[in-house]
Design a protein around this ligand. Structure first.
Ligand SMILES: NC(=O)C1=CN([C@@H]2O[C@H](COP(=O)(O)OP(=O)(O)OC[C@H]3O[C@@H](n4cnc5c(N)ncnc54)[C@H](O)[C@@H]3O)[C@@H](O)[C@H]2O)[C@@H](O)CC1
Ligand SMILES: Nc1ncnc2c1ncn2[C@@H]1O[C@H](COP(=O)(O)OP(=O)(O)O)[C@@H](O)[C@H]1O
Ligand SMILES: [K+]
Length: 472
C-alpha cells in the first residue's frame, strides 16, 4: 500500500524526526534524493557532466532543497544557475552551498532557454493558492523554454492536501516527493501536473494514530483481496451475482457487464432483463433467483420500466452496485437500504447527484467524493483518469493509479460495474470490491492496450489474464 498524508501530519512527523537528527540532516537527505533523480534524467538525455540545470528558487525550504541539490550537481560538473523569486528571502544555507560548489545566482531568466533541466523549487507543502507575482513569471518562463521540469516535493502551485489548482501552477515531467506522498499528487487536477512521481524516503514515520488521507493499492494489496476458490468450493459458495442491466435500446451494456461479471471470480451469473445474453454467454442463468450482490443501471434507459427494475433491485437486502442510468434515476429515499450500496459516477453523474456542475466536481474531487459517500450513505467510485473510492464509514479515500486513457472508450464503465458486482458477490466488502475492481479494470486496459487500440469488449477478453498476472 502507498499512503498520502496531510500536510499537518507531515509537519508533525518532520518535527519529531528533526529533534533526533543533527540540524539540516533532513534537508540533506531530501537534496541528495533530488540530485540523484536529476542526474538520472540528465544521463538519460545525454550526460550529467557538462549539462546545464536551472533552479527556480522560492522563499522556503522547498527552495532550500533545490539549492542544496544544485550544489551536489555542480560538484558533478553540471553548470547550475539559480533564479530567485525573492532574493532577500531565499534559503541562506542553500545559497552559500550552491556558490561554494561553483553554481551561480543569476537574475536573467534567459538561462532557462539553454537549460537541459529545470528544477522547480518555488513552493512545497507551504504553498497556498496559485503562483503569484515573480513565482508565476518564473514558472511561465520555464514552461516556455520547453526544458524538462523536475518538481521538488510537489509541482509548485498545486494544493498539497487536496490536489486543487486555483491559479497558475507548474506542470512537471517528474516530481520527487519526500517522506510520504502528498494527497495532491494522487488527486486531479494536481496529480496531472506532477508527471512521474518518484518517492524519496527521508525516514519519516507516522504513528498508527495518524490516518493517511489516501491509500493507493499496489499489486500485492489487490492480490490479497481477490477471492481464490478452495478445494471444496462450489458454484454457490463462490458467490452469485445478478445483473439488471441493458435494455432493448442498449443491449450492448448487458453483454459487456455480464461478460465482465462472468470473469470476476464468481460461481454463477444471473441476468434479469430483456436482452438475449444467453446466445453470447450460455453460462448465464436468465431470470431472477438468489444472489449475493446485484448490479443495476448500466444501459438501463430512463423510462418507467427502467425505474421499476431499479427499484426492484434497490428493495433487496444484498449489496448493490448502481451505475450509469441507475444514477440518473436515483431517488434519494431509495438509499434507505439495509444492505450496502456502491455508486459508480463519472464527474457528470456525480454533478447531477449533488446538484452542482461537473466543473465543480472536477476541481474538487476529494471533497466531492467524500460528500457523495456521506449524503448517499454509499461507497462511491468517482471515475476518471485517477478514480477515487470513498466509503460512508471511513474518512480514508482510496485512489486507483493502475489505469490508462485506453479505458476512455464506450462501454468501459459497464465492464467496471460487472467486475465490482462480481467481487462483491465473491465476498469482498464494498470498499475492497470497489478499489480492487478499479485496479482490475485498469489492468485489463493496460494489458489490452499492448495489442493496439482497445474496445470495451477487449477489456472483458483481457480480464482472465489480468487477474492471472495479479495473482502471480
Ligand atoms: N520541514 C522539513 O524538515 C523538510 C522540508 N522539506 C522541504 O520543505 C518544503 C516546505 O518548506 P516551507 O515550509 O518552507 O514551505 P515552502 O518552501 O513551500 O514555502 C512557503 C512560503 O512561500 C510563500 N508562498 C506560499 N504560497 C505562495 C504562492 N501561492 N505564491 C507565492 N509565494 C507563496 C509563503 O511565504 C510561504 O511561507 C517541503 O515541501 C520540502 O520541499 C525537505 O527539505 C524535507 C525536510
Ligand atoms: N483518461 C483516462 N485514464 C484512465 N481511465 C479513464 C480515463 N478516462 C476514463 N477512464 C475510466 O474509464 C471508465 C469510463 O467509464 P464511463 O465514463 O462510465 O464510460 P461508459 O459510460 O462509456 O462505459 C471509468 O472507469 C474511468 O475511470
Ligand atoms: K516545488
Amino acid at each position: 500500500m502507498r499512503y498520502a498524508h496531510a500536510v499537518a501530519d507531515v509537519r508533525a512527523a518532520e518535527r519529531e524526526l528533526m529533534a533526533r537528527l543533527p540540524e539540516g540532516a533532513l534537508m540533506q537527505r531530501a537534496a541528495f534524493g533530488l540530485a540523484t533523480v536529476a542526474a538520472d534524467m540528465l544521463r538519460d538525455a545525454g550526460s550529467v557532466y557538462g549539462s546545464r540545470v536551472a533552479l527556480l528558487v522560492g522563499v522556503g525550504d522547498n527552495g532550500g532543497d533545490a539549492l542544496y541539490a544544485g550544489a551536489l550537481l555542480a560538484g558533478r560538473g553540471v553548470a547550475v544557475h539559480a533564479l530567485l523569486a525573492d532574493p532577500d528571502r531565499a534559503h541562506e544555507g542553500g545559497l552559500s552551498a550552491l556558490r561554494d560548489a561553483g553554481g551561480r545566482i543569476v537574475a536573467d531568466a534567459a538561462v532557462l532557454d539553454q537549460a537541459d533541466l529545470v528544477v522547480d523549487g518555488l513552493l512545497g507543502i507551504g504553498g497556498r493558492g496559485g503562483l503569484r507575482g515573480e513565482f508565476a513569471r518564473l514558472a511561465e518562463a520555464a514552461h516556455e523554454s520547453g526544458a524538462p521540469i523536475l518538481a521538488v516535493d510537489l509541482p509548485s502551485g498545486i494544493e498539497a492536501d487536496t490536489g486543487e489548482v486555483s491559479g497558475p501552477a507548474v506542470r512537471a515531467d517528474v516530481t520527487v516527493t519526500f517522506g510520504t506522498h502528498k494527497p495532491g499528487l494522487f488527486v486531479d487536477p494536481g496529480a496531472s501536473h506532477a508527471g512521474i512521481v518518484e518517492f524519496v524516503d527521508i525516514g519519516l514515520e507516522f504513528p498508527p494514530s495518524v490516518e493517511p488521507v489516501l491509500e493507493n493499492l499496489q499489486v500485492q494489496d489487490v492480490r490479497a483481496l481477490l477471492p481464490a476458490p478452495g478445494r471444496s468450493s462450489h458454484k454457490y459458495s463462490r458467490g452469485v451475482v445478478g445483473l439488471a442491466v441493458g435494455s432493448e435500446r442498449y443491449p450492448g451494456a448487458a453483454l459487456l457487464a455480464v461478460g465482465a461479471a462472468l470473469r470476476s471470480g464468481v460461481g454463477a451469473v444471473r441476468y434479469s432483463g430483456p436482452v438475449d445474453v444467453v446466445s453470447s454467454y450460455p453460462e448465464v442463468i436468465a431470470g431472477g433467483g438468489k444472489v449475493q450482490a446485484w448490479v443495476v443501471g448500466s444501459g438501463l434507459g430512463r423510462d418507467d420500466e427502467a425505474v421499476r427494475r431499479l427499484l426492484n433491485v434497490l428493495a433487496t437486502d444484498v449489496p448493490v452496485v448502481v451505475d450509469a442510468d441507475g444514477l440518473r434515476l436515483l431517488p434519494r429515499k431509495a438509499f434507505e437500504r439495509s444492505a450496502p450500496t456502491i455508486i459508480t459516477p463519472h464527474a457528470g453523474e456525480a454533478a447531477a447527484l449533488l446538484d452542482v456542475t461537473a466543473e465543480q466536481i472536477e476541481g474538487q474531487r476529494l471533497e466531492y467524493v467524500r460528500r457523495l459517500a456521506q449524503s448517499y450513505d454509499a461507497t462511491v467510485v468517482l471515475k476518471g483518469p485517477l478514480t477515487l473510492i470513498a466509503g460512508p464509514q471511513t474518512s480514508r479515500v482510496r485512489v486507483n493509479t493502475h489505469a490508462g486513457p485506453v479505458l476512455a472508450t464506450a462501454g468501459s464503465g459497464d465492464v467496471l460495474a460487472g467486475i465490482i458486482g462480481g467481487l462483491l458477490a465473491g465476498g469482498l466488502s464494498p470498499y475492497d470490491a470497489a478499489s480492487a475492481g478499479a485496479y482490475l479494470h485498469g489492468a485489463t486496459g493496460l494489458l489490452a492496450a499492448r495489442s493496439g487500440p482497445v474496445a470495451a469488449g477487449d477489456l472483458v477478453a483481457s480480464l482472465p489474464l489480468a487477474w492471472h498476472n495479479i495473482q502471480e
